[in-house]
Design a binder for this molecule. Structure first.
Ligand code: ADP
Length: 736
């Protein structure tokens, strides 16, 4: 009875083992996983049959249980053979064998159950052990055919495993050896059972053990072993350095990179060796216990640069277990950064040279242009001959175009060099639109176009923004609208939208009925030097810079510009500028007071008692100023250089001095300082009259102490306004 109970316990343990193994098997996601689980199911059937044998109370039930048991062994071996062939990557061979083998096993199973009738495999007899009756088998010769079939399946599997073992190496060989061992265990246990003629088959325990062994081998041992050796290899081959220390700062590992780059001898390398020591002390200086730093090493082949990261290592419970250094060779990166920096400096220098060149060129062009336009102005003022007036008007118009071209190029270079500032100041939006209107009115009328203004009366009376640059934007857009319109005209609309308590968006729309722009061209409209339909527009003057500058200026003022256009019908440019409101009162209806430009020049004041000094090294420029001021009756002294000017200032007191900047020997600034320091004109207002239109020039002059700034070519009206402002009031007779 005791023997049977022990036997029961063994069987139940085996079943539990097998169930666990089947569950584990499900986790083996490969094709062969299903073969292993089928063999385990067959093993469960075998154990079940074995238990039936143990609990049989008649020879008939014992005989049936034995048949079931022997048949299940067939299927265990069949499925194990399948598993072994697939596991050793003999899919093709098993693909050919699995159907014939299944037939043979099925025939053998049928033959085993036929024993219930023919008794050709075994007979049952009773055997009493310690008072307990066991049913045992006495085998017939044909039983050995069944055994031979079973063992030929085992031999088949063995053959393929051994073949794979010979062909493989390393961990893979270990993996196949484990499978071979499992298979041999089946054979040995079966042989033991048969040799010892045990009353019951205890080999069932093996099925659980075999299952676990296979699972352990396929899921744990091989993958982990492979991972460990692969990681070790990859770390060693890394193109970065890795140095590992234990908690006591002893070297545990240094990969090939670090060994080669820092001559690390694992036997006596520790935390005080380079580069580790410098990195740690560097981090400590920064007050950090881990982080990243750079390290430079001089070698025979040159300077090497490294980036080293130091990190401490902790276990899952965040207890320190060591530290590691990750080292990156940044020599090439540093080299390229250096190259880029050099290229940037060169580009900066080239850019500066370009800006200086442009500024100089502009200066050089302005100087003769000053003479041309000044003298031309004199012709216009002095002649009534319509033919000569027409010629002179043409000279004026071409001169103005040339001047605006120079201004555009200079503006563009300023924007490119990031030297264009946005200066906010208070202004009257009505004045803004009025100025623009008057600027283009005559050109539009001359072309037979209308120029209309639509003004929203509710626009606040005073705004704050960069009116000069807004005006420049509008001038560019309106000038294009007039340029590219042949019939109809141009409408300028001003409206606004409230964006905050004291903030509005000033919205300006310039619409024309001109030639329009193709949709595809709108995308490139704001690119510098890009002119559209160059052939068709060849007769229209332009550089393709205007809209590029416009866009830059709008962006700098945080505004927005949009274009709508229909070829042949016209275009509409919509610009929006965020502005601050200074006075909320509505500005009311637009007053477009028509200040007709005098066709014939009229001086704005007379000052016969005023005496001014004009200093310029170019004699024509002296003549230009004298001629421009002729009608004002102002007395004018001329000096052809700085030294002469200082001398004259020591002798005569002037009411205003107009001074050129660039002069040979003593330049304008030096002359100014000398005049300020001694003589009779220490307090006389001095105006800089120069062709230097460089960015910030005016401010520089003001800082120096100049009372005003006029750029060449000098505009008569500006010159007169300047004198009205600076001459002693009692000497000026204004004329309106
Ligand atoms: P440009 O000095 O050539 O006028 P812009 O940058 O001001 O340079 O303009 C670029 C191009 O855009 C012009 O050459 C013209 O073809 C086109 N363009 C600009 N405004 C208009 C417009 N209102 N109607 C038609 N075409 C225009």
């Amino acid at each position: 009875m005791i023997t049977k109970t022990i036997y029961e316990i063994i069987d139940i343990a085996a079943i539990i083992g097998i169930i666990l193994t089947i569950r584990a098997c499900n986790r083996i996601k490969f094709e062969y996983g299903k073969w292993l689980s089928h063999s385990l199911i067959a093993a469960v059937v075998a154990i079940f049959a074995n238990m039936l044998v143990a609990f049989s109370v008649s020879s008939a039930s014992a005989e049936f249980s034995y048949c079931l048991y022997f048949a299940s062994i067939d299927w265990i071996l069949y499925f194990i053979a399948g598993f072994c062939l697939l596991y050793t990557e003999h899919d093709k061979a098993w693909g050919k064998l699995f159907i014939p083998c299944a037939f043979i096993m099925a025939a053998d199973s049928v033959s085993l159950f036929a024993n219930l009738i023919f008794r050709h495999h075994f007979n049952i007899y009773e055997k009493a052990i310690h008072g307990t009756v066991f049913y045992q088998t006495a085998f017939q010769p044909s039983y050995y055919v069944h055994l031979a079939l079973d063992y030929s399946l085992v031999l088949l599997a063995l053959f393929f495993i051994v073949y794979r073992i010979i062909k493989s190496y390393g961990l893979y060989r270990t993996k196949y050896v484990i499978i071979l061992s499992v298979l041999l265990l089946v054979i040995v246990l079966n042989l033991v059972y048969m040799a010892m003629s045990l009353v019951l088959d205890i080999s069932v325990i093996f099925y659980a053990v075999a299952g676990f062994l296979i699972y352990f081998c396929t899921e744990v041992f091989v993958p982990r072993g492979l991972m460990r050796s692969a990681v070790a290899r990859a770390v060693d081959d890394m193109s970065e350095g890795l140095i590992l220390f234990d908690i006591g700062h002893h070297l545990i590992y240094a990969n090939t990179f670090s060994r080669n780059h820092f001559d690390i001898d694992p036997a006596d390398y520790d935390i005080d060796c380079e580069p580790v020591a410098s990195v740690i002390s560097g981090l400590k200086e920064e007050g950090k216990s881990f982080g990243e730093t750079t390290y430079v090493k001089n070698t025979m082949s040159g300077t090497k640069h490294y980036k080293i990261r130091y990190t401490s290592l902790t276990d899952k419970k965040v207890r320190p277990i060591g530290s590691y250094f990750l080292i990156q060779d940044t020599t090439e990166e540093v080299f390229y950064l250096h190259e880029i920096e050099e290229a940037r400096i060169n580009a900066d220098n080239a850019n500066r040279a370009k800006s200086t060149f442009l500024a100089n060129m502009s200066h050089e062009i302005r100087t003769p242009l000053n003479s041309v336009l000044g003298m031309n102005e004199m012709i216009l003022r002095t002649t009534d001959d319509p033919q000569i007036r027409e010629y002179a008007e043409n000279v004026r118009s071409s001169g103005d175009t040339l001047l605006s071209l120079i201004n555009d190029i200079l503006d563009f270079s300023k924007i490119e060099a990031g030297r264009m500032d946005i200066i906010h100041a208070e202004y009257d939006p009505q004045k803004l639109v009025r100025d623009c209107y008057y600027f283009f009115e005559q050109t539009a009328v001359a072309k037979g176009l209308y120029l209309k203004v639509e003004y929203d009366e509710k626009i606040p009376r005073r705004l704050s923004g960069d009116m000069l640059h807004i005006k420049q934007v509008l001038t560019n857009i309106i000038s294009n609208a007039v340029k590219y319109t042949l019939d109809g005209g141009v409408t300028i609309s001003l409206s606004y939208r409230i964006t905050g308590r004291d903030h509005i968006d000033l919205m300006i729309d310039v619409s024309d009925t001109g030639i329009g722009i193709e949709r595809k061209d709108i995308a490139v409209l704001f690119e510098a030097f890009k002119r559209i339909n160059e052939k068709e527009n060849a007769t229209i003057q332009g550089t393709g810079l205007g809209l590029a500058i416009t866009k830059e200026l709008v962006d700098m003022m945080e505004g927005e510009i949009k274009v709508d256009s229909t070829p042949g019908k016209g275009s509409s440019f919509k610009v929006t500028f965020p502005q601050d409101v200074v006075d909320q009162t509505h500005s009311g209806p637009l007053r477009l007071r028509r200040e007709k430009d005098e066709e014939v020049y009229r001086e704005r004041f007379r000052a016969p008692n005023a005496l001014i000094l004009v200093v310029d090294d170019v004699p024509v420029n002296l003549k230009v100023v004298s001629a421009l001021l002729k009608e004002t009756l102002v007395q004018i002294d001329g000096a052809s250089g700085g030294e002469m000017a200082v001398e004259m200032c020591n002798k005569t007191k002037y009411d205003v001095i107009l001074l050129d900047h660039r002069m040979p020997k003593k330049d304008g600034i030096e002359t100014f300082r000398d005049i300020r320091n001694a003589g009779l004109n220490m307090n006389t207002p001095v105006v800089m009259l120069t062709a230097n239109a460089l960015h910030g020039a005016e401010e520089e002059y003001r800082k120096e102490g100049f009372a005003g700034y006029l750029s060449k070519p000098v505009v008569a009206k500006d010159l007169e306004n300047m004198l009205i402002r600076l001459l002693p009031e009692q000497k000026v007779e204004k004329k309106f």
